[in-house]
Design a binder for this molecule. Structure first.
Ligand SMILES: C[S@@+](CC[C@H](N)C(=O)[O-])C[C@H]1O[C@@H](n2cnc3c(N)ncnc32)[C@H](O)[C@@H]1O
Length: 205
C-alpha cells in the first residue's frame, strides 16, 4: 500500500468529511439509528459521537481500509457504547442473517465498487422492519452540474479512492432491493459537483 492510500487519503477524507456542512447532515440522520447498528464504511469514525446513546446498544464498524479503522479506533474509545470493527468490504459482511436493527451508511455508497452485492448483504443482515439510514452525495439534478460531474468523475475516482461523483443514489438503493420510505435531497454548502446530498431512510422490499 502506498503512502497516498495509507496516509494522505485517509487524512484528506477525514478533513473533507469533517467539514461543517457535512457534519450538519450527519447530525440530522445518525441519531435515528437504534439497537444493534452496522455502519458500512465507518471511515475515521466521524458518525460515532452522533449516535443517541439511549437508543444504540452496539455498533459494528465495517471498512475495508485498515488506515481508516485505525483512526476510527481513537473515536470509538471515547463513546459509551460497544464498537467492534470489521475490516472487510460491504459486499462481504460476515454477520448473521437478521442480526442488526439499523444499517447506517454515510458518504460511502459513492465509493463501494459492487453496490448491488453490498446492498444485498445489508438487506440480509437487517432484521425484518430494520432500517437503512443513508446520507450520501451523488448525481445533481441540474444538467450543467451533472455535465461537470460526468467530466471530472474519472480523475476524481482515481484521486478519491474510488469515489464516484455521479451516482444516482436513490436508484442504486432501490436496485439493491430497498424501498425508500423518506428522503430529502439538496445542495449543501460547497463545490456543487460534490455537494448534492441525498438523506433518508429505506427498508427492505
Ligand atoms: C468518503 S469515505 C466516508 C467515510 C464515512 N462513512 C464518513 O461518513 O465519514 C468512504 C468510505 O467508504 C469505505 N469503503 C470503500 N469501499 C468500501 C466497500 N466496498 N465497503 C464498505 N466501505 C467501503 C472507504 O474505506 C471509506 O472509509
Amino acid at each position: 500500500m502506498g503512502l497516498y492510500s495509507s496516509y494522505i487519503l485517509p487524512r484528506a477524507v477525514h478533513l473533507a468529511c469533517g467539514s461543517k456542512p457535512v457534519m450538519r447532515q450527519r447530525k440530522k440522520v445518525v441519531p435515528y439509528a437504534r439497537g444493534c447498528v452496522l455502519e458500512v464504511g465507518i471511515g475515521t469514525g466521524l458518525n460515532l459521537p452522533y449516535y443517541d446513546t439511549t437508543r444504540v446498544s452496539k455498533v459494528w464498524g465495517l471498512d475495508p481500509e485498515p488506515a481508516m479503522i485505525r483512526m476510527a479506533h481513537r473515536v470509538a474509545d471515547s463513546v459509551p457504547f460497544e464498537v467492534d470493527f470489521i475490516g472487510l468490504s460491504g459486499a462481504e459482511i460476515p454477520l448473521e442473517d437478521n442480526s442488526v436493527d439499523t444499517v447506517v451508511m454515510t458518504y460511502t455508497l459513492c465509493t463501494i465498487a459492487d453496490t448491488f452485492t453490498a446492498l444485498l448483504q445489508m438487506r440480509r443482515v437487517l432484521r425484518p422492519g430494520g432500517e437503512l439510514i443513508f446520507c450520501e452525495h451523488g448525481a445533481a439534478p441540474d444538467a450543467s452540474v451533472r455535465r461537470w460531474q460526468d467530466r471530472i468523475n474519472p480523475i476524481w475516482k482515481r484521486l478519491g479512492g474510488g469515489c464516484h461523483l455521479n451516482r444516482v443514489i436513490p436508484a442504486e438503493i432501490e436496485a439493491g432491493g430497498f424501498r425508500i420510505k423518506s428522503m430529502d435531497s439538496m445542495y449543501i454548502a460547497g463545490w456543487r459537483p460534490v455537494s448534492f446530498n441525498y438523506r433518508g431512510v429505506a427498508v427492505s422490499r
